[in-house]
Design a protein around this ligand. Structure first.
Ligand SMILES: [Zn+2]
Length: 233
């Protein structure tokens, strides 16, 4: 094999690795974003349950005040009842008292319901808090893993890129330019010619091209795709 081709194959191998590592780095922000969203989702769920508890408490307080106001009114009516001498007014006050008592009953029933809800919500909060904490720990662990992976990949990349630069110095500049543009556009720049077929584009090449490749004396390009060829089988 031509020494230039051998050098290019080593460079191509490093370039492939570099490309894979860069791809991994590109995915890291997406992985992070996904984890952030997962955590935000858990926190949101917890906040929703807490809000429900708060709303229940606010409604219960409001009802409590309403009931108290009605009890105060009843007390006032009771006093008025014993002060009046008019039978009609006495009866009217009695009716009002009865009506208020009925309303208080309704309020108190609703208060009991709310207390029941509050008790259930308390349990939900405890469960959701546990869930959220688990998600947070899991996300934190995964973020640490990602950070460690990025650091490792960046280290590997640095090494590979330094090695690649040294390897490239030993290759003719024009040939390297050709290699670079082929690698960038066609994924592979240097491919084998096997049984007359270019392993890049899988086209059968002319006998003349095959002979030139096997001759190992010059750089030969595939007449179909332009990739640099080396003799395979
Ligand atoms: Zn080809």
């Amino acid at each position: 094999m031509l020494p230039e081709i051998e050098k290019l194959l080593v460079i191509q191998d490093r370039d492939r690795k570099i490309r894979t590592l860069k791809q991994e780095l590109k995915f890291a922000p997406l992985e992070r974003k996904e984890l952030d969203e997962k955590q935000a989702e858990a926190v949101k769920k917890l906040e929703a349950v807490k809000l429900k508890a708060k709303e229940t408490e606010v409604e219960r307080k409001k009802l409590e005040n309403e009931a108290q106001a009605k009890r105060d009114s009843i007390a006032k009516f009771q006093t008025q009842k014993f002060q009046t001498r008019k039978n009609e007014e006495f009866q009217a006050l009695n009716n009002e008292i009865k009506r208020f008592e009925g309303e208080i009953q309704v309020i108190e029933d609703r208060e009991l319901e709310l207390m029941d809800t509050a008790e259930k919500t308390k349990g939900q909060i405890a469960d959701t808090e546990k869930e959220t904490q688990a998600v947070k720990s899991q996300v934190a662990r995964q973020l640490t893993d990602i950070a460690a992976k990025i650091e490792a990949v960046e280290g590997q990349l640095k090494e590979l890129e330094a090695e690649r630069a040294t390897l490239a110095e030993a290759v003719d500049e024009d040939l390297l330019d050709t290699f670079n543009s082929l690698f960038a556009t066609k994924t592979e720049a240097v491919v084998a010619l096997e049984h007359g077929v270019c392993m890049g584009c899988h086209m059968t090449l002319t006998t003349q091209t095959m002979v030139r490749v096997k001759g190992n004396r010059e750089i030969v390009h595939c007449e179909q795709c332009g990739r640099i060829l080396y003799p395979g089988e």
